[in-house]
Design a protein around this ligand. Structure first.
Ligand code: HEM
Length: 318
């Protein structure tokens, strides 16, 4: 019973942690790719809307990332020691987990990166603050690769696996995390058309190009992950791990369908003249579709929350 309770909490906390870290990184990638290099779209109003939204979202993301990260360490300490949570939260157990396990040492490095990120967000106007914020956030999400199955693969395959998983995580953050500020921007356009809509057409085109690059990377690195951790069709079709991965790929395919509709049907209409009925409809539908994509993305994080706690199929289906 105790094991089950810890395991369920571990799955929930892992899912929240993956989602919060991905959103934190996604909003900063969105700012770097969308907001900055568009001088002809300057205008105080646009910059203000974007900057405030991005910094606020990043702060909320960092706070949830750190809180869920601390809970994850506690739950891992309980799972590793086999002790109830209260007893596992003693300094001895925790310091052993932090100092003597790869998970613990990587978590310490990730806490340091979260502190650097928070400092950069506090001084966001300083010249180096924004690139440093982005760099530390990329380290924060890539570091997750060393805490899971990829981090325990050995040898040359192990190096390929952990690099592929780190790229997988960054690409997932760029797409899924980026959907959050994109949806917030669309909502801003619906609220206040005159100062943002010229920008939204440009942002939508850029976001869908970033989306394409991220999807390609997610797929390629996902296949590498699956090849190493599943290893065979038998592993995919006859193990719990394999079935869960099939569910994940199915959710991914649905997200891809929405992304294709957004890119090929709705985004072109954003360039229509301001207030045009088709343009307004496109903004409404893009906002709805992006919201649906985010929901499916969160479902994928829930699936991954479980996957990382299961024995990989490759060890079971021989
Ligand atoms: C939007 C789509 C996707 C998102 C957000 C996503 C996200 C993630 C995350 C957060 C992890 C955890 C990494 C870790 O614990 O080290 C992961 C692992 C993994 N992903 Fe994905 N992924 C996506 C699509 C895919 C696809 C399409 C595939 C297969 C082709 C795939 C296969 C895997 C595998 C096999 C793992 C390893 C799980 C484990 O640690 O046991 N993913 N993914």
């Amino acid at each position: 019973m105790l094991g089950d309770a810890v395991n369920v909490s571990l799955i929930v906390v892992r899912a929240i942690h993956f989602a919060a870290t991905a959103i934190t990184v996604g909003v900063l990638i969105f700012r770097a790719v969308m907001a900055q290099p568009a001088p002809h779209l300057t205008g105080a109003a646009r910059i203000l809307v974007m900057e405030q939204m991005i910094v606020r979202a990043a702060w909320i993301g960092v706070a949830v990332t750190v809180a869920s990260g601390a809970a994850w360490v506690l739950l891992e300490a309980a799972a590793m020691s086999g002790l109830p949570l209260g007893e596992a939260a003693t300094t001895d157990i925790l310091s052993t987990v932090l100092a003597e396990t790869q998970f613990g040492m990587v978590s310490e490095i990730r806490v340091a990166l979260a502190i650097v990120l928070a400092a950069c967000l506090s001084y966001d106007r300083l010249p180096l603050a924004q690139p440093l914020a982005l760099a530390s956030s990329l380290g924060l999400i890539a570091g997750i690769a060393w805490t899971g199955h990829a981090g325990s693969s050995a040898g040359d395959i192990g190096s390929i696996h952990v690099m592929a998983d780190a790229l997988h995580l960054i690409a997932a953050a760029a797409w899924l995390g980026g959907l959050v500020p994109f949806t917030l921007l669309l909502a801003e356009v619906r609220r206040n058309q005159d100062h943002a809509s010229a920008f939204v057409s440009q942002a939508a085109r850029r976001f869908s190009s970033l989306g394409m690059l991220s999807v390609g990377t997610i797929l390629a690195t996902g296949i590498v992950n699956a090849w190493i951790l599943v290893g065979s069709i038998k592993g995919l079709l006859t193990t719990e791990y394999g079935w869960l991965l099939i569910v994940k790929i199915f959710l991914f395919m649905i997200m891809l369908a929405f992304a294709a509709i957004n890119r090929y049907w709705l985004t072109p209409d954003l360039a229509l003249p301001l207030g045009n009925e088709a343009q307004l409809k496109a903004v409404r539908r893009l906002t709805r579709n992006s919201g649906i994509e985010i929901a499916f993305g969160l479902a994928i994080f829930a699936v991954v929350g479980v996957l990382g706690t299961l024995h990989p199929a490759v060890h079971l289906a021989n």
